[in-house]
Design a protein around this ligand. Structure first.
Ligand code: SF4
Length: 344
């Protein structure tokens, strides 16, 4: 068992040095700020999308101090379009905590890193191992796929105790030689293996450095892992959006509450029915309002059907909570993706 453990970690490190990815903008650095930022962005977003956002973020906020000093509006504006906005809010709070509680220096160990907002066990392990060589296993989606296949691990990972077990098994595979130098290559190698060879469909097992001990390969069907979690039933919701504009094209936007859908972002006023939208602008006359084409927007477990309703006003007048934005300012504010698309 000990021999297998050593071979796995060693094989991944050697493979990563030659065949792993080396050209991603957040690689070739041990700056925990850059690594942390990329890890948060990559949590629910593809590498190809993250590249641009990462570059823009690093340009605007080159250090954790710059990010901590920024306003929430600036941060949300730069994040706009990436989705899962709680990531941006936590990123901002975590930067402020690094400044206030850690003297502007990132903690070096995974346990302390996990005390920062938005940094879970796997992200903390990624930063600690990539930047500081801590011998600790990560378990992101790519690594879950590699490990469940390698071990032939057939339990449902949505169950917390199963995930914990896989994590423990992952911890037994870490390299045991020159650990501090090996760990950045190992962690990166596990991510790279999952992204390039051990892919969800058609894994390239022949090129894999651990194929000889991979249980899923012996069983003949790697795609059987990880086992599918029982699907949550999709639901749908209808929402009406008041798209109020002046003749200068200024748009009325409100900031969403800090929890719930599109939390903290600016948005057209949202209503649960057409009648409540009418009541809001205190008119029963359909002449003032114009229905626009319905927009379907898919969330993780829900389909949203958005019904924009246009209202033209001659000049700016207050519509209650919220404010007018002129067109040039709109690209710089944090908006939900479907609203940004709608505003053109
Ligand atoms: S041998 Fe195939 S299934 Fe097993 S870890 Fe490698 S790529 Fe994944």
């Amino acid at each position: 068992m000990r021999k297998t453990t050593w071979q796995f970690g060693n094989a991944i490190v050697a493979w990563q040095k030659i065949h792993g990815r080396h050209d991603l903008p957040w690689q070739n650095t041990q700056d925990p700020y850059a690594v942390w930022l990329s890890e948060i962005m990559l949590q629910q977003t593809q590498v190809v999308t993250v590249r641009d956002y990462f570059a823009r973020f690093m340009q605007h906020f080159p250090t954790v101090k710059d990010l901590a000093k920024a306003s929430q509006e600036e941060v949300m504006g730069l994040w706009s379009g990436l989705g899962y906005y709680s990531r941006a809010r936590n990123l901002h709070r975590a930067a402020q905590d690094v400044m206030a509680l850690h003297g502007g220096v990132f903690p070096r160990d995974a346990l302390t890193l996990q005390t920062l907002p938005g940094i879970g066990r796997s992200t903390a392990a990624a930063v600690a191992s990539l930047c500081f060589g801590e011998p600790i296993a990560i378990l992101d989606a790519n690594v879950k796929r590699v490990l469940t296949r390698y071990f032939g691990f057939g339990q449902d990972l949505a169950v917390a105790k199963n995930e914990k077990l896989l994590w423990e098994k992952g911890q037994t595979l870490l390299p045991t030689q020159h650990v501090a130098q090996a760990m950045p290559h190992y962690t990166q190698g596990m991510m790279d293996l999952g992204a390039t060879l051990c892919t969800p469909k058609n894994p390239q097992c022949l090129q894999c450095p651990v194929k000889e001990n991979c249980k899923a390969v012996k069983e003949g069907k790697p795609e059987n892992y990880p086992v599918k979690t029982k699907k949550l039933k999709r639901t749908s919701e209808q929402l009406w959006l008041l798209y109020a504009q002046t003749k200068n094209d200024d748009v009325w936007l409100v900031q969403r509450p800090q929890s719930g859908i599109w939390a903290g972002l600016y948005c057209l006023p949202v209503f649960e029915s057409y009648e409540s939208l009418q009541a809001f602008i205190k008119t029963k006359s359909k002449l003032d309002l114009q229905d626009m084409p319905v927009v379907k927007h898919m969330l993780t477990h829900k389909d949203l059907y958005l019904h924009p309703v246009a209202l033209r006003l001659k000049a700016q007048k207050s519509l209650g909570h919220g404010r007018w934005f002129d067109r040039p300012s709109i690209p710089n504010i944090g908006l939900p993706a479907p609203i940004r698309k709608l505003l053109g």
